[in-house]
Design a binder for this molecule. Structure first.
Ligand code: DGL
Length: 267
């Protein structure tokens, strides 16, 4: 990976990963991001493992052709099904996965609800994660169709009736185990009147760590690093801000994804 520019691919089955892209761009702003959403084939969560691997691999190949050093699988489902195989298939690329933020939620204690796609719900990866906290009280709910609803509703500015998708009950914490649900974070928080956890910030921090580990400190890539107090540094800060590159959107749904990202996250 040494010597390559900081180009990062971000992949999701559709629009869920845009929320991860936003976090990554905040934490690690000077990388050139390439976003590829496979909106045509979304949702992945109810597909077979073979299909999910085949779609994900095809998209990952397109990102690798852009000479990215790292690929963020901004999709819990694709992470659960594909990340191990992708790491073996593309050993030169650093893969950063997304997984339900079960551990941070459990640390706060109480009765935890994990909302995710059916494929993630039945995955060994989630099972392994839950086994790491054997004393925790965790309910996993596979939400059929919710990712598809999010895909349609966000693109067409429609609201979703959460009561037809979410289980009733009282929980001390709710984990969003699908990046599509991050679009509904505030609504889900209000629905359960409890804290809601997503893995996005963790993914962004991990991405930055990976670059630090593999590419060295590369201070110029990290505008927040170092002291920016004196005049000279202010000047530098301005230059660095200028260097922030807008993500490049790829794939058949690039226009839709770019517009949603712009409307929602770029002021
Ligand atoms: N956004 C994805 C996830 O985090 C998948 C949603 C889907 O395509 O079913 O799981």
């Amino acid at each position: 990976m040494k010597g390559r520019k900081a180009a990062v691919g971000v992949f999701d089955s559709g629009i869920g990963g845009l929320t991860v892209l936003k976090n990554c761009a905040e934490v690690f702003p000077l990388a050139q991001y390439y976003y590829l959403g496979d909106n045509q084939n979304a949702p992945y969560g109810e597909r077979s493992e073979d299909e999910i691997f085949c779609f994900t691999d095809r998209c990952v190949k397109k990102l690798i052709r852009k000479k990215v050093s790292a690929v963020v699988l901004a999709c819990n489902t694709a992470t659960a099904v594909c990340i191990a195989r992708l790491r073996v298939k593309y050993p030169d690329v650093a893969f950063i996965g997304t997984e339900p933020a079960v551990l941070p939620a459990v640390r706060k204690g109480g009765n935890i609800l994990v909302l995710c796609t059916p494929k993630t719900a039945h995955s060994q990866r989630l099972c392994g994660l839950i086994q790491r906290v054997p004393d925790a009280k965790i309910t996993v709910c596979a939400c059929c169709n919710l990712a598809k609803e999010v895909e349609d509703c966000v693109a067409n500015s429609r609201t979703i009736d959460l009561s037809s998708h979410l289980p009733c009950g009282t929980f001390d914490g709710v984990v969003l185990g699908c990046t599509h649900y991050v679009w509904l974070k505030e609504k889900i928080q209000a629905f359960y009147s409890s804290p809601v956890y997503d893995g996005n910030e963790g993914v962004a921090r991990r991405l930055k760590e990976v670059f630090l580990e593999k590419l060295g400190t590369n201070d110029h890539l990290f505008p927040q690093a170092g002291k920016e107090k004196n005049k000279k540094n202010k000047c530098l800060q301005k230059k660095r801000k200028k260097g922030v590159k807008f993500p490049i959107f790829l794939g058949k749904s690039r226009k839709t994804n770019k517009n949603i990202y712009k409307q929602m996250f770029v002021s």
